[in-house]
Design a protein around this ligand. Structure first.
Ligand code: PLP
Length: 465
């Protein structure tokens, strides 16, 4: 029931909006999808077209859209208050949510510091780690070790600990330097292509850096189990355990960025649970509110929290805070989200459904240009390559991932690629039947775009998409 026509809205969109991560020149030449509503796992645009939300509205939707329990939680909270500040005062949902986060987090994470986005949660983790060592009388421990191709958000600090060249180059002089080691990437690893070899080689690299530089390192930061934005890279089992042991042995803090992997996405509530480890700092955002409102948090241990306690004059206070921190509406919907997790046994359900998806993805391996299929839970990346044997990638300019997603949109599903990796991240609450329909579209889209390449090479006439 848009009051304006599609044409009018599209014009205003063009005139006033600057979209994130978007080359606006391309975007303006295209017909944009303008979403009006959603229901369950589907989105509906102002022209009445329906699409599966195949990327969970950028990795954050959990149960679907217009979930009655979540909608009601916001309405109930709205009847009390929408927001009051956490600077100086507390509020009911922020307290109750902190208690629940501590209850579900890996053992030993006992304090919750709120913010509004994943990038902020990462900034906070970095600043806490940095200041922690000052309080411990070790100010020289002020550098960070990160993983190559890491993504931790788009603010200057979080880009600094990130390592995706494309996002770095424009801002390089604004960023602080870091140490980098390769993420354990079985498909493209200098250490061999068995998980065992990759695990061993990658951990040895970490240890080499720690042996030399632990005295100047505040923390190691890592996307546990799955490195997301670099292309859904799944690490071998045991890496997080090895990394935890190394950090402990060399007295360096471990920051686990669970912004993408947290809240059931990988088939455990938090990815750190796969290896049964507790980081010193853990960041969460995306799925925390079921994909409804911007709430994020940095969790940490008593040890780190206590290092910041002191007399007022000692200036040990953690000087950081955002205006909307601990927002009541956001915390209320997060509480309702967690209640649905329990009621629906959602984490185990994700683990079960992911096995089914894995079976279906087997058939995708037959495609000429599907080089690697990576999956943990309902976090899936399909890497398209020019040559399967040599793993030669498609040229970046070919925008093969974009083309597949374009085709998926025509077929009724919205997804977004990461370069040559087609990402499939359905809402965790998707039913088997819904997953089937989404996978059918995914299969068809990859087929239509990449097998056309095959036809071209063999000189046969490609059919029009
Ligand atoms: C998305 C993401 C972030 C950034 O979160 P925002 O809420 O977009 O700022 C940080 N870390 C990881 C691992 C992410 O996937």
């Amino acid at each position: 029931m848009a009051l304006l026509s599609y044409k009018e809205l599209a014009e205003k969109n063009k005139k006033y909006l600057w979209h994130p991560f978007t080359q606006m020149k391309d975007y303006l030449a295209d017909d944009p999808v303008i979403i009006e509503s959603g229901q369950g796992r589907k989105l509906r645009d102002v022209q009445g077209n329906e699409y599966w939300d195949g990327v969970s509205s950028i990795w954050l939707n959990v149960h679907g859209h217009r979930v009655p329990e979540l909608d009601q939680a916001i309405r109930d909270q709205l009847d009390k208050i929408a927001h009051s500040t956490l600077l100086g005062q507390a509020n009911v949902p922020a307290i109750l949510l902190a208690e629940q986060l501590v209850a579900i987090a890996p053992e030993g994470l006992t304090k919750v510091f709120y913010s509004d986005s994943g990038a902020e949660a990462v900034e906070i983790a970095i600043k806490m780690a940095y200041q922690y060592w000052q309080h411990k009388g070790r100010p020289e421990k002020n550098k960070f070790l990160t993983m190559k191709e890491a993504y931790h958000g788009d603010t200057i600090g979080s880009v600094s600990v990130g390592a995706i060249e494309l996002y770095h180059q424009a801002f390089s002089h604004l960023l602080f330097p870091t140490e980098k080691v390769p993420y354990p990437h079985t498909y493209r690893s200098p250490f061999g292509d068995t998980p065992e070899a990759v695990l061993k080689g990658s951990l040895q690299e970490v240890e080499k850096v720690l042996q030399e530089k632990a005295g100047t390192l505040a923390a190691v930061i890592v996307e546990p189990v799955v490195q997301g934005a670099s292309g859904i890279i799944v690490m071998p089992d045991g890496y997080m355990k090895g990394l935890r042991e190394l950090c402990t042995r060399y007295d360096v803090l471990l920051i686990a960025d669970e912004v993408a992997t947290g809240f059931g996405r990988t088939g455990k509530m938090f990815a750190c649970e796969h290896d049964g480890i507790t980081p010193d700092l853990m960041t969460v955002a995306k799925g925390i509110t079921g994909g409804y409102l911007p709430v994020a948090a940095t969790l940490t241990t008593e040890k780190i929290y206590e290092a910041f306690l002191g007399d007022f004059a000692e200036k040990k206070t953690f000087f950081h805070g955002h205006s909307y921190t601990g927002n009541q509406l956001g915390c209320a919907v997060a509480l309702a989200n967690l209640e649905l997790f329990r009621k629906r046994d959602l984490v185990n359900d994700v683990a079960r459904k992911s096995l089914y998806v894995q079976e279906r993805l087997e058939t995708f391996k037959e495609f000429t240009h599907v080089g690697d299929i990576r999956q943990k839970g309902l976090m899936i990346g399909i890497e398209l390559v020019r040559d399967k044997v040599t793993k030669e990638p498609f040229a970046w300019e070919e925008r093969i991932g974009v083309k597949v997603c374009r085709r998926a949109r025509e077929l009724g599903m919205l997804i977004r690629p990461l370069g040559n990796v087609v990402v499939f991240m359905p809402p965790l609450g998707s039913t088997r039947e819904e997953l089937d329909q989404m996978l059918d579209i995914l299969y068809q889209a990859i087929h239509d775009v990449t097998e056309k390449e095959v036809a071209k090479r063999h000189g046969t006439v490609a059919t029009r998409a």
